[in-house]
Design a binder for this molecule. Structure first.
Ligand SMILES: Cc1cc2nc3c(=O)[nH]c(=O)nc-3n(C[C@H](O)[C@H](O)[C@H](O)COP(=O)(O)OP(=O)(O)OC[C@H]3O[C@@H](n4cnc5c(N)ncnc54)[C@H](O)[C@@H]3O)c2cc1C
Length: 399
């Protein structure tokens, strides 16, 4: 297999456009949200305008095929954009831009032609359109999804019962669901048979935000990701047309395997965070003087910076490798390369953020400087879209 790691002129231009957009549009917004202490703030209300600008630059439709209104770009192009957005704010990159690129792919890849026409018609409009995907539940360990033992008692309890040409959904999704309460449409995973193991009974439903019976909890505050919106979803006799079932009953697990781009988008955003933490610490180490010399002239600090740079590059290469696999061997990408890249990129982001806190000394733990933000945002990646350990236990099955 030929290996080429040089970006094409088009990719370099895309990367630069994303970098300029992130710095000019996302940075001031993210800073405002980071500094806000208003518990009633709805970040999406502030983010929407910037999201629309990003959409007009094409940053929400990179992957969708051209016949469905997208740009049919390579997954590595998506990774390049996500890294730039993530370097400025990983929550905006992941919650809004990554999900908007990836979730329509589910309809494109698994939907019927009627579903593609009906559910993707928004792509050609200039309206902001945001998705949410809900699997986790408050009283169920999300790790149950990876349980190797088929047992109908284990796993999610949200249920979908067929009633004529509709399904009726009842249950609750956890307060961690990204974009719950602000999304335009939801992919709800529910069980179409509670007497069968989860692996055989999970199904995916497309649910419009205005569907009666669908309500949301209050936005949950996290230690970081200040620009994002997470809330619980309550499903009380939510009736959806049977033609909103994506794929077949019981196919949810297989369909999610069609989307390695979910983990790749997160991983690339976290490479961005790792890079930002490294560059921030490097800049500080060049300015701050100790014993008459810049910090970087002290080997104890210089070695830390070298490790930050080396690990960031290693994480980036894993993401690019997973992105190449997503285009050529999607099964390998979904089972091994994308989860491996996600866990590694988040590990590096956490390590770099922690090292940045160390290099900044006392200022590292003040809100005046960004090292603390990097660390809080980095830790959120640990369990977002499955924990490090669960992803690694999952990929062992394919080694
Ligand atoms: C920022 C963010 C965004 C999110 N967005 C969404 C979303 O959009 N939609 C959605 O549905 N969910 C979402 N989630 C939920 C997320 O998917 C889960 O929180 C995550 O998968 C972990 O599941 P859990 O909290 O149930 O942990 P648990 O499964 O309860 O695990 C707790 C701990 O035990 C470990 N553990 C559990 N079982 C085992 C085992 N068998 N062997 C070894 N170790 C084990 C885990 O690694 C973890 O350390 C989000 C979470 C975050 C933080």
């Amino acid at each position: 297999m030929a290996i080429g790691l040089c970006l094409t002129p088009e990719q370099t231009e895309l990367q630069q456009t994303a970098r300029d957009f992130a710095i000019s549009e996302i940075q001031p917004l993210a800073q405002k949200l980071d500094e806000s202490n208003d518990p009633n703030l709805v970040p999406w209300e502030l983010c929407k305008g910037v999201f629309c600008k990003g959409a007009s630059l094409g940053f929400t439709s990179l992957l969708l095929p051209q016949e469905l209104g997208g740009q049919a770009r390579k997954c590595i192009d998506f990774a390049l954009v996500q890294e730039e957005l993530g370097a400025v704010d990983v929550s905006i990159a992941s919650s809004y831009f990554s999900l908007s690129n990836v979730m329509p792919l589910l309809i494109g890849r698994a939907g019927s032609s009627e579903q593609r026409d009906r559910l993707l018609s928004y792509v050609s409009s200039s309206e902001a359109f945001v998705f949410s995907a809900a699997e986790s539940e408050p009283n169920v360990a999300s790790s149950d999804l990876f349980c190797p033992t088929p047992d109908a008692q284990i796993g999610m309890k949200t249920v979908a019962v067929r009633d004529g040409d509709t399904y009726v959904l009842n249950g609750q999704k956890s307060a961690l669901v990204t974009n719950a309460g602000i999304a335009d449409a939801y992919f709800i995973i529910a069980r179409t048979a509670l007497d069968k193991p989860m692996q055989e009974s999970m199904s995916i439903f497309y649910v419009g935000a205005d569907t009666p019976g669908l309500t949301f909890g209050k936005r949950i505050e996290m230690i970081g990701w200040k620009a994002s919106h997470h809330a619980a979803i309550h499903l009380n006799n939510v009736r959806v047309p049977a033609q909103n079932l994506i794929g077949q009953e019981g196919q949810a697990g297989a369909l999610l395997m069609l989307l390695p781009e979910v983990a790749i988008g997160l991983a690339a955003s976290y490479v961005g965070l790792a890079r930002a933490a490294y560059e921030y610490a490097l800049n500080y180490a060049k300015q701050r003087v100790s014993w008459g010399r810049p910090l970087i002239a002290h080997q104890a600090v210089a070695l830390k910076l070298a490790d930050m740079m080396v690990n960031t590059q290693a994480a980036r290469l894993m993401v690019w490798d997973a992105a190449c696999a997503a285009d050529t061997s999607p099964q390998l990408a979904a089972t091994v390369k994308a989860p491996a890249a996600k866990t590694f990129a988040v590990d590096v982001a956490i390590k770099n953020a922690q090292t940045a806190v160390e290099i900044l000394g006392g200022y590292g733990v003040t809100k005046e400087y960004r090292a603390g933000k990097f660390l809080s945002d980095a830790w959120i990646g640990y369990s977002c879209d499955f924990t490090r350990d669960i992803l690694r236990l999952g990929l062992v099955n394919f080694m």
